[in-house]
Write a protein that binds this ligand. Structure first.
Ligand code: GLP
Length: 254
């Protein structure tokens, strides 16, 4: 890695990479994925990678979907979260499912064994078991929600929460749909649990845009203990987290 602004910090286990723009965040993030995929070509065990949705990872997917299909042949790709389809989905103002997003942005272009969490909605324990296979998850890629959620682990989520169905916070519905009360739009989701995420060997958290600065600063503030009020703060307990931003942030404040 050649970035000039990588910083040491006081939250053990958390490494910060600061770049200039969302495209460079995507480029850096894709390097971690490519390294794992190359490793998977040299070993019998598949690598297991978890992918998020949202605006933040779009530049990463732009890079990854141009990689050779066969590079993904020994990979297990997991989907981080999905909306629970509400009654009335036939309404004309339909929303895009995360499965549609994932296919459009990456999974339709690459090989590998693909696991959509929405297909496991009635058997989420099985999803956690799949994530434990092959020596567990190698890499979980995350964004961060405006209220500190990671995946759909909304405020109130414990650090050992399993993969589960969850009520969306009103702020999340406003962020994602423009209003907290939109007929035909989801009020619930299924999410990979923090307990599963925190068992991964490496966690990559991507954050772009000034509006993410405050919540990221709060989540990784070394002077406050992790808490369910800001689910992303549980990542401070993990031994190997890389945060990539396109803005300056300081995790050494006390
Ligand atoms: C959504 C998703 C998260 C995502 C977050 C941020 O609610 N459930 O997985 O990380 O919001 O999205 P964005 O990258 O668009 O800011």
């Amino acid at each position: 890695m050649d970035e000039k602004s990588r910083q040491a910090n006081r939250v053990a286990g958390v490494r910060l990479i600061q770049t200039e723009n969302p495209e460079k965040v995507g480029q850096k993030a894709s390097e971690f994925v490519l390294e794992l995929l190359q490793q998977s070509q040299q070993q019998p065990k598949p690598v297991s990678i978890v992918f998020p949705t949202g605006n933040t990872p779009l530049p990463m997917y732009q890079v990854l979907r141009h990689t050779p299909y066969t590079l993904w042949s020994n990979s297990h790709l997991f989907h981080l979260d999905e909306y629970v389809p509400p009654a009335g989905r036939h309404l004309p103002s339909r929303y895009e499912t995360y499965e549609e997003y994932m296919k459009r942005e990456l999974w339709d272009y690459v090989g590998g064994h693909q696991f959509f969490i929405g297909h496991y909605i009635d058997r989420l324990k099985e999803y956690d078991e799949l994530a434990r296979q092959n020596d567990g998850l190698d890499l979980v890629i995350l964004g961060i929600g405006g209220n500190g959620h990671v995946a759909f682990n909304e405020p109130g989520s414990a650090s050992d929460a399993p993969t589960r169905r969850i009520q969306l916070a009103p702020t999340t519905m406003r962020d994602n749909f423009g209003t907290a009360d939109r007929p035909g739009y989801p009020t619930e989701a299924v999410t990979m649990g923090l307990g599963t995420i925190l068992k991964a060997k490496h966690i990559l958290l991507l954050a772009t845009g000034e509006k993410k600065r405050e919540i990221l600063q709060k989540a990784f503030d070394p002077s406050t203990p992790p808490s369910a009020d800001c689910p992303a703060s549980w990542l401070k307990n993990h031994p190997n987290v890389t945060v990539i931003t396109d803005f300056s942030v300081d995790f050494t404040r006390s």
